[in-house]
Design a protein around this ligand. Structure first.
Ligand SMILES: Cc1cc2nc3c(=O)[nH]c(=O)nc-3n(C[C@H](O)[C@H](O)[C@H](O)COP(=O)(O)OP(=O)(O)OC[C@H]3O[C@@H](n4cnc5c(N)ncnc54)[C@H](O)[C@@H]3O)c2cc1C
Length: 380
């Protein structure tokens, strides 16, 4: 059998799962190339625990060159161009041809897209979570504002987890009485894609912890120690923690893979783009749900989409007629502090969509810990 080359762009959640899955199915029957700019990869759900000091960056970071031991070719570099006509990608000036392509380039954080936001704290990056942890240790008290700067953003639970973990952090450090906490978001409720019952449940959790919730607030700019919103209102802060705006990687737009939104449209079940043999998975994609909302950007979906795309490519190469479909099922833990978490799960492709929340308990917190350990052990 002639050797075929499968190129995976991006070595985050989706890319690492896809490369592993391709390798486990195809072994030496195909050349698998994984291209990634940052060889040190960390588990993003644990950034919240870096913020609170419950994890060190080292404990949640792995080197993806470890995948080379399995026979996966790891190329360190910047994907500069995707040439769909020539079926090749350019990486730091080098051309790599492909028979199949999986685009797993994620979403970029764009704090510079909003005036004045670049200096805000964020736990949406590992470096940001570390810096915020240091700032919390010396913060003397005042108004902490957590602001979601724009839609879409990854992990719809993370702003609410972040607010509750901040509350819990100050509580356990006996400084809660010195803090006022508030969340501002353009969303009409927490996790709108989960429906009103889930939103209500999260709002109750926030209220119970004394965290003010301000929906439908689209941030326009940060000026000094004040947030300015598009509706003309403003809010003061002493410490600003932001979920920065997200944008699609420019290389996918330049390649002609994206739609007007900049994200990549795909077949929701197979993750194939309109270009033969080219798949896109995870945060870089845009999948419309039946009510006009979009599938959230979340690792749980990047993971299952990677498995589907990789298995179907392997089946094609092996000449098997068997195909898998991504079914839209997902779950997410919601850390509430004090060693407890809730868990929301459901079928995002369902009609009607029903996303149910299990009440906070230590069980779900340990579920997230188990997921973290499994993830860091399994894929590297
Ligand atoms: C604080 C936080 C908490 C989260 N918690 C959860 C959670 O509890 N559950 C959950 O399901 N999800 C969670 N997520 C979301 C989850 O991390 C993402 O949805 C997931 O990582 C998406 O996977 P991906 O493969 O699409 O993109 P990524 O994992 O972001 O990987 C994309 C990769 O592409 C690389 N790349 C991009 N452009 C280029 C280029 N031009 N050249 C070379 N390499 C490039 C990047 O360096 C990156 O490594 C959380 C995210 C954050 C920030």
């Amino acid at each position: 059998m002639a050797e075929q080359t499968i190129v995976v762009l991006g070595g985050g959640v989706g890319g690492v799962v896809a490369a592993n899955e391709l390798h486990s199915r195809l072994k030496e029957k195909a050349r698998i190339v994984l291209i990634e700019r940052s060889l040190r990869q960390s588990f993003a759900p644990s950034y919240l625990w870096v913020m609170t000091g419950d994890r060190t960056p080292k404990a949640i970071t792995r080197d993806i060159t470890r995948l080379q031991r399995k026979g996966i070719e790891v190329v360190a570099g910047e994907v500069q161009r995707i040439d769909l006509a020539q079926r090749a990608v350019a990486v730091d000036g080098r051309e790599i041809s492909y028979d199949y392509l999986i685009v797993a380039l994620g979403a970029e954080l764009a704090p510079d897209a909003l005036p004045g936001l670049a200096d805000a704290h964020t736990y949406y990056s590992l470096a940001g979570a570390e810096r915020l942890h240091d700032a919390l240790a010396t913060f003397e008290g005042g108004r902490i504002v957590l602001a979601v700067a724009g839609l879409p953003y990854k992990c719809p639970a993370a702003p609410y987890e972040g607010a509750m973990l901040l509350e819990s952090y100050f509580h356990s450090h006996h400084r809660r009485h010195q803090m006022e906490l508030a969340v501002y978001t353009p969303e009409p409720q927490p996790m709108p894609v989960g429906g009103p019952v889930l939103g209500e449940a999260i709002q109750e959790l926030l209220a119970h912890k004394g965290i003010a919730f301000h929906p439908r607030k689209q941030l326009a700019a940060v000026e000094g120690a004040e947030l300015r919103f598009e509706d003309g209102s403003s809010a003061a802060f002493d410490l600003l923690v932001a979920v920065p705006p997200h944008r699609p990687p420019p290389v996918v737009r330049d390649a002609g893979l994206s739609d007007d939104s900049g994200w990549v449209p795909v077949d929701q079940y197979t993750l194939e783009t309109k270009h033969e043999g080219v798949f896109a998975i995870g945060d870089v994609t845009r999948i419309a749900l039946t009510d006009g909302m979009f599938l959230p950007k979340a690792g749980v979906f990047a993971h299952s989409q990677a498995e589907v795309a990789a298995r179907n490519i392997a089946a094609r190469i092996l000449g098997s007629a068997k195909r898998e479909r991504f079914d839209g099922r997902g779950y997410c833990f919601l850390e509430v502090g004090g060693g407890s978490a809730g868990m929301a799960q459901g079928n995002f492709f369902g009609h009607p969509r029903h996303i149910a929340m299990r009440s906070p308990s230590p069980v779900w917190h340990w579920g997230k810990v188990a997921l973290e350990r499994y993830w860091l052990w399994k894929w590297y």
